[in-house]
Design a protein. Structure first.
Length: 367
């Protein structure tokens, strides 16, 4: 199995922006040094707590400083961009990175961005699907381009001067195009079902309880069956919040403070999604009330913590519940205790992943 780092990124708004950028870059550089396989970075425009506007631009600064890690956009919110712009930006990044790129895309997930880009009342899932189709057509064809859609058109026709090289749009290094993945949050996610139908990769969010994560795979399989596809668990990525320390007591002491970065993280997400009546994402069952979504309860149910042995046991329990998957994504949080968070990343890579990989391989072989 593979190991990755996923950052929305989500940060306390009281922090200085330059410090946030520096620390997020440091985390990805450390992941590369520790042998992590992937690093994912999100996109938000109108949010001080989620302050990366262009994950491609941010990750491009890390290309020459890394050796092996594959970059993923987590995600490009396609309804907010013209497909031709995305096609050009992604193709350029794919060449700059030497093909170390996975194209994570989505319909958007931030209300203020919906308002900013006037997509609140639009069918964003349909826009995402159309955008992907247009981008892939751009990458698999040559000018003149006459691509017509419901939401966008891509026309480069009369103004082409092929003898001067004017008109062709850049194609990515990976042919015919980079692998594509979408994220799933809600129970029985319709996005997961669409991903299975189209054969895309899928990322299950870290703020979804494990029993709801299982519904993502079930929905994915339903979509694959509808399209006559064979679902591949190897393309499934599962994100989890993990705090791994040398002893169980060290992790417990850290998480006992509700103001620790995972505590702030889940309180923020809870209060944000409560605005849109979407707190079901956090709940293991429908009987659970919003009042039960306290920070201690959320930390207990959604943060895998403890010594390497304890973290390993908890991850094995997760795998036994939902089945094997291709990549574990560790969700990045504010480094309120930098040494603790760096140590956690190292312990996961060196003392948890090897044994977990063996367990995962045994399940895969028995399937």
């Amino acid at each position: 199995m593979e190991l990755g780092l996923f950052m929305m990124p989500l940060h306390n708004p009281s922090r200085q922006y330059m410090d946030i950028l520096r620390q997020d870059r440091e985390a990805i550089l450390l992941a590369d040094q520790l042998g992590y396989d992937e690093a994912w970075v999100g996109e938000h425009y109108s949010c001080k707590t989620e302050p990366i506007t262009s994950p491609l631009q941010f990750m491009a600064t890390l290309i020459p400083m890394t050796k092996r890690i594959i970059f993923g956009t987590g995600v490009i919110n396609l309804p907010q961009h013209h497909p031709a712009a995305v096609a050009g930006d992604v193709a350029q990044f794919d060449h700059l990175s030497g093909g170390r790129y996975i194209m994570g895309v989505g319909p958007g997930g931030l209300g203020s961005d919906f308002e900013l880009f006037e997509t609140f009342d639009k069918d964003r899932t349909a826009m995402m699907s159309e955008s992907i189709e247009i981008i892939h057509k751009i990458w698999t064809s040559d000018p003149p381009y006459r691509i017509h859609g419901k939401f966008w058109n891509v026309i480069v026709d009369r103004e082409t001067q092929l003898h001067l090289g004017i008109g062709p749009m850049l194609k990515p290094l990976q042919r015919p195009y980079p692998p594509l993945a979408v994220s799933a949050m809600s129970p029985k996610s319709s996005t997961a079902r669409l991903a299975g139908e189209r054969g895309w990769g899928m990322i299950s969010a870290n703020f979804t309880p494990s029993n709801q994560v299982l519904t993502h795979w079930q929905a994915y399989c339903e979509g694959a069956e509808k399209a006559g596809r064979r679902p591949d668990r190897g393309t499934w990525r599962v994100a989890r919040s993990i705090v791994c320390t040398e002893t169980d007591a060290e992790a417990a002491d850290y998480l006992a403070d509700e103001n620790c970065s995972p505590g702030w993280y889940y309180a923020y997400l809870r209060d944000n999604l409560r605005t849109y009546k979407m707190t079901k994402i956090f709940k293991r069952n429908e009987a659970m009330t919003d009042d039960e979504l306290t920070v201690p309860n959320m930390l207990e149910s959604m943060v895998i913590s403890g010594s390497p042995r304890t973290v390993m046991d908890k991850l094995v329990a997760l795998v036994d519940e939902i089945g094997w998957f291709g990549t574990l994504l560790v969700t990045h949080k504010d480094w309120d205790s930098p040494t603790l968070h760096r140590t956690s990343m190292r312990l996961i890579a060196e003392r948890v992943l090897p044994s977990l990989g063996q367990h995962m391989e045994a399940l895969r072989a028995a399937a």
